[in-house]
Ligand binder design. Structure first.
Ligand SMILES: Cc1ncc(COP(=O)(O)O)c(C=O)c1O
Length: 425
């Protein structure tokens, strides 16, 4: 089926007991066992079924199946936020003494996780100088456990060369993990270019209405964990944290997510609430339509800004003279993401005046909402980074980031026009 159909139907054939057509919200902590033997079999992962919502809930199972279908993966795990998804995706395979090699163009908290949080637990984050695969390869050594990138960097807007990155990662026997939040599977499916694991903040375009925090980890099922029995011993040797299960034997292609659920999530508990799973499912049903309108409006906004006399620069991968254009063309085709950045003439001061004058665009740190949103990354999302780190992440002091919503384009442009006029006062 095509993605518009999968977004509405994948993972749910109706509730067998009630015949409910909408996905029910299974607001329960635990599930009853038929007998002691049934409970033991569930705990042994010998029979399918639900045990306790911390490690699985039928509402979230539908969401997991739906996003796995949209991305073309074999299995998925929902978690409580995008950051939890990124964290679990890394600690599932890296431990003290290991390192993760990443592109530098990252969402601020992801950068901080790699630069300052994981190193305190003995896992080093290494950032390449540029987003070119050859620069990434220079940082990989025998202790590397993954290459990480955002398919479209937030807020840099760079489109990662997924094919090139997958090639260098695989040459060194490690998976490529991709944060596909900005692009969404509507615009780009990283598994088609060799990525092994995809993570999302469900909080953004998937939920789509700024109501719900969530995250997901999707497994392509393609990485050959069994080929590296020492490096990825956690999938190949009996798991001490789950009474000796050998994940590649019991789960085959779905070993990565199975361990993530039964070790990371079971023991640290960043679980998605079933109500939030339901709200994200509602959002996903209309995601294709929304993303199409987001993309169309963003193109018109980018053109309006580029022609405006108060605007110094616009960073938008849809302009054929943009350095981002070739990669965007390869991976996004004629579409572009609805996240773009610009600078007001005169730099920081007039930029702040413009930002403060916005009325329709909400000033906040979110994106992918149906509403148009604006953000000043240097003072908010990327505030914890030094000026040098900000520059590497693609953030400049005067930069304003727009997440263009799906309101009528005339109203969106009128708001930007009046805010730009205010910047000169
Ligand atoms: C690209 C990207 N990944 C991950 C996250 C984190 O998501 P969450 O806020 O759901 O934890 C964000 C948040 O803005 C993001 O922009």
């Amino acid at each position: 089926m095509k993605r518009e159909t999968l977004a509405i139907h994948a993972g749910y054939d109706g509730d067998p007991t009630t015949k409910a057509v909408a996905v029910p919200i299974y607001q329960t902590v635990a599930f009853e066992f038929d007998s002691a033997e049934h409970g033991a079999a569930l705990f042994n992962l010998e029979v399918p079924g639900n045990i306790y919502t911390r490690i699985g809930n039928p509402t979230n199972t539908v969401l997991e199946k739906r996003v796995a279908a949209l991305e073309g993966g074999v299995e998925a795990l929902t978690v409580s936020s995008g950051m939890a998804a990124i964290h679990y995706s890394l600690v599932n395979i890296a431990e003290m003494g290991n390192n993760i090699v990443s592109l530098p163009q990252l969402y601020g908290a992801t950068y901080t996780l790699l630069a300052h949080v994981l190193p305190k637990q003995g896992i080093e984050g290494r950032f390449s100088q540029t987003d070119r695969p050859e620069d990434v390869e220079k940082l990989i050594d025998e202790n590397t456990r993954a290459v990480f990138c955002e398919s479209v960097g937030n807020p840099a807007g760079n489109v990662a060369d997924l094919e090139g990155l997958a090639k260098v990662a695989h040459k060194h026997g490690v998976p490529l993990i991709v944060d596909n939040t900005v692009a969404t599977p509507v615009l780009l499916r990283p598994f088609e270019y060799g990525a092994d694991v995809v993570v999302h903040s469900l909080t953004k375009f998937m939920g789509g209405h700024g109501t719900t925090l969530g995250g997901i980890i999707v497994d392509s099922g393609n990485f050959p964990w069994e080929k590296y029995p020492d490096k990825f011993y956690m999938f190949n040797k009996p798991e001490i944290a789950y009474h000796g299960v050998v994940y590649v034997e019991q789960y085959g292609a779905a070993a990565y997510v199975a361990r993530c659920r039964t070790v990371c999530q079971r023991n640290t508990g960043a679980t998605l609430a079933p109500l939030n799973g339901f709200l994200v499912l509602q959002g996903i049903e209309t995601m294709s339509l929304r993303v199409e309108r987001h993309v169309e409006n963003a193109r018109k906004v980018a053109e309006f800004l580029r022609n405006h006399k108060q605007v110094a620069w616009v960073n938008y991968a849809g302009f054929s003279d943009s350095p981002l254009y070739p990669m965007a063309q390869k991976y996004l085709g004629e579409s572009r993401c609805s996240l773009l950045t610009f600078g007001v003439k005169g730099g920081f001061e007039p930029g702040v005046k413009c930002f403060n004058a916005l009325k329709l665009f909400k000033r906040m740190v979110n994106m992918g909402d149906a509403k148009s949103l604006s953000c000043h990354p240097a003072s908010t999302t990327h505030r914890q980074l030094t000026p040098e780190e900000q520059a590497k992440a693609g953030v400049t002091p005067e930069m304003i980031r727009l997440s263009v919503g799906i309101e009528h384009i005339d109203d969106i442009i009128a708001d930007l026009d009046q805010a730009l006029a205010a910047s000169t006062k």
